[in-house]
Design a protein around this ligand. Structure first.
Ligand code: ZN
Length: 268
């Protein structure tokens, strides 16, 4: 008959996991030290750690009856610009109540560290909330635009709209045209120049990191593949496994805000 298992053997899996994670973060640190350029892609998971509801989770209260896929389209805005503007205003309001998390702050520090060392750093984000900029990141490539910029549907003028709530739905341009949120909607193409810059960064970096993204949505999903095909070291940090997990050099299961600060040197 088996004797009861000692407590140590019950504890062991957790200890091994922690050791694995430490080995992983040490290896990422070595990659960083060896790389002359870093490209980082962030997704909804990084925002979610700040309490920003994901696209679908945003549908609470008054908005529960609407399908976000039917609000985030050019057709929806053409049909009911007031409704769509109100929805984005609600998302802006919630965003303004959130703060950048340790993952955002670590990325801003990483940019400072690398650029001070003369290395190249490119931040590519799928998030439209600008929490990266609030954390101190400079010039991220916003693949999906941002809801802090609104663009006139008549003359094309773009303007930052900081007021919450917006003064009217939809906000109006001085030319009289309706302004729409500066995000990329379903059925719309990403900005060619932003996408080209993101692809260039992925192709020419020595280290690529994919953070808090399911790696399911194209074309962002292909950036990791581009980097790895071009010979870059690749790292993924995400709570769940993704299609990219088996293709990267290191895949860490965890939250960006917990893992990334472990990679940075202690702040002196
Ligand atoms: Zn206008």
């Amino acid at each position: 008959m088996d004797s009861p298992r000692p407590v140590e053997s019950i504890d062991r899996p957790k200890t091994v996991t922690e050791k694995d994670q430490q080995a992983q973060t040490e290896m990422i640190r070595r990659f960083l030290d060896q790389a002359d350029s870093l490209a980082v892609l962030t997704g909804a998971g990084v925002s979610a750690e700040s309490g920003i509801p994901t696209f679908r989770d945003a549908q609470t209260g008054l908005w529960a009856k609407y399908d976000p896929m039917e609000l985030a389209t050019p057709e929806a805005f053409a049909r009911d610009p007031a409704l769509v503007s109100r929805w984005y205003d609600e998302r802006r309001r919630r965003c303004a109540e959130c703060e950048p998390n340790p993952g955002h702050l670590a990325l801003a520090r990483l940019q400072d560290e690398l650029e001070a060392a003369g290395k190249r750093f490119t931040l590519i984000t799928q998030n439209v909330d600008r929490l990266h900029q609030r954390a101190g990141s400079r010039d991220p490539l916003e693949l999906h635009g941002t809801f802090w910029i609104w663009r006139c549907t008549s003359c094309g003028e773009e303007r930052e709209e900081r007021a919450i709530p917006l003064p009217e739905y939809p906000p109006r341009c001085r030319c009289g045209g309706a302004r729409r949120p500066g995000v990329v909607w379903f059925g719309e193409a990403l900005s060619e120049s932003v996408l080209a810059a993101a692809r260039r960064a992925a192709e020419h970096c020595e280290l690529f990191m994919s953070l808090g993204t399911s790696s399911l949505v194209e074309p962002a999903a292909s950036l990791g593949r581009i980097a790895s095909s071009a010979g870059a070291k690749t790292v993924e940090i995400n709570p769940q496994e993704t299609p990219l997990s088996s293709r990267v050099d290191i895949s860490v299961r965890g939250a960006t805000g917990e893992i990334l600060p472990l990679i940075l040197p202690a702040q002196g």
